[in-house]
Design a protein around this ligand. Structure first.
Ligand code: ADP
Ligand code: MG
Length: 341
């Protein structure tokens, strides 16, 4: 076993050297990785690069009381890879900006790095560079690079009125996991799947790439701020509105009863709960049934609504308009969207 990564003992350069040693970038995509002034990527001919960045800040996006270093590391990378998945890109590598308190606990840093490099291997997305700075709180910022054939990226714009809206997996689970953690109930056996969904989300990389290769989606994005909000983004980018059939929202098993125990409305959580990192996409009316998508993408897919002309997102239940106020929402006009916390 290598010694834990103690920033006080190693200093910035010792830490970088330890990262370089542990990351061991190989393969021919990277001509240079950790160590020089910049990393050098050799993109394939006729392919494009997709770049995305997301940061997690202690006290804003996570608290040590409700997470652990390995889960946090997984999530730091996963939220970025989810953005690549939504474009249909294949991850190639990532940069890590690490802001550490001067007295960062070595076990935390060690667990974080082990978790991060483990996730990097699993997603075939190596750590190729970054920065280390001192800061009053932990801040973890990843910039990820993906690759895709020229002109094939799935964008948010491009959906048309009448298109059907599809969703991978289930929604609400991550928000429920967070609620359970905050209620101090995160360790109960029934809570485990939801807590896991919150702490260790799985980016839909395979489904995203398969969908991009299929070429059937007119628009796509990943669900990070809640289905209603994010469908609003897709619709707005497409110059249209949208409608969600609430009764169709796919929820995890045991979701409703766990919500009720906490006094939460399952439909609200499924509509507005964030961080599920599922893919939401619009397909033409004549596209096949959702189960054909499930089969081809290798994950559950549910049809949850339609693109409509107009603006904003409306909710229906069994085809009947729903009073938004009952769900605690005034409207889903995307231009009234909250700022990213
Ligand atoms: P510079 O001062 O030229 O920006 P640094 O001393 O910050 O260089 O970094 C030296 C090398 O170490 C660079 O290749 C950089 O990408 C890499 N590096 C620094 N911090 C990290 C990190 N957190 N993760 C991976 N590589 C890092
Ligand atoms: Mg630097």
């Amino acid at each position: 076993m290598a010694k834990p990564l103690d920033p006080a003992r190693l200093g910035e350069f010792g830490l970088i050297e330890a990262l370089r040693h542990r990351a061991r970038v190989s393969g021919h995509a990277w001509a240079e990785a950790i160590g020089d002034d910049a990393a050098i990527l050799r993109p394939r001919k006729d392919w494009e690069l997709a770049l995305t960045a997301d940061a997690l800040i202690e006290g804003v996006h996570f608290r040590w009381e409700t997470t652990d270093p390995r889960s946090l590391a997984h999530k730091t990378l996963a939220v970025n890879l989810s953005d690549l998945a939504a474009m249909g890109a294949k991850p190639r590598g990532f940069l890590l900006s690490l802001a550490l308190p001067p007295i960062a606990v070595p076990q935390r840093l060690d667990g974080f790095v082990a978790g991060l490099l483990g996730a990097a291997r699993r997603f075939a997305c190596p750590l190729v560079g970054g920065d280390i700075v001192s800061s009053p709180a932990w801040m973890l910022s990843v910039t990820a690079v993906g690759e895709l054939p020229r002109g094939t990226a799935m964008l948010r714009r491009g959906a048309r009125p009448g298109d059907r809206v599809m969703l991978t997996g289930q929604v609400g689970g991550s928000a429920l996991g967070l609620a359970l953690l905050e209620a101090g109930a995160g360790r109960e056996p029934a809570a485990r799947v939801f807590v896991r969904r919150h702490l260790k989300p799985e980016p839909r990389l395979e489904a995203g790439e398969k969908l991009r290769r299929w070429g059937i989606a007119r628009a796509a994005l990943d669900v990070s701020d809640g289905v209603a909000q994010d469908l609003g983004q897709l619709a707005r980018a497409s110059g249209a509105g949208a409608e969600i059939e609430i009764s169709r929202l796919p929820k995890p098993r045991g979701f409703a009863s766990a919500c009720h125990k906490l006094g939460l409305d399952p439909d609200d959580l499924a509509l507005a709960g964030g961080e599920d990192f599922e893919l939401l996409f619009a397909v033409p009316q004549k596209a096949p049934e959702a189960r054909v998508f499930s089969k081809r993408l290798g994950c559950p897919v549910t049809e949850i609504g339609r693109i409509r002309s107009g603006r904003g997102v409306s909710l229906v239940r069994n085809g009947e308009p729903v009073n938004l106020a009952r769900h605690g929402f005034d409207h889903f006009k995307p231009d009234a969207s909250s700022t990213d916390k």
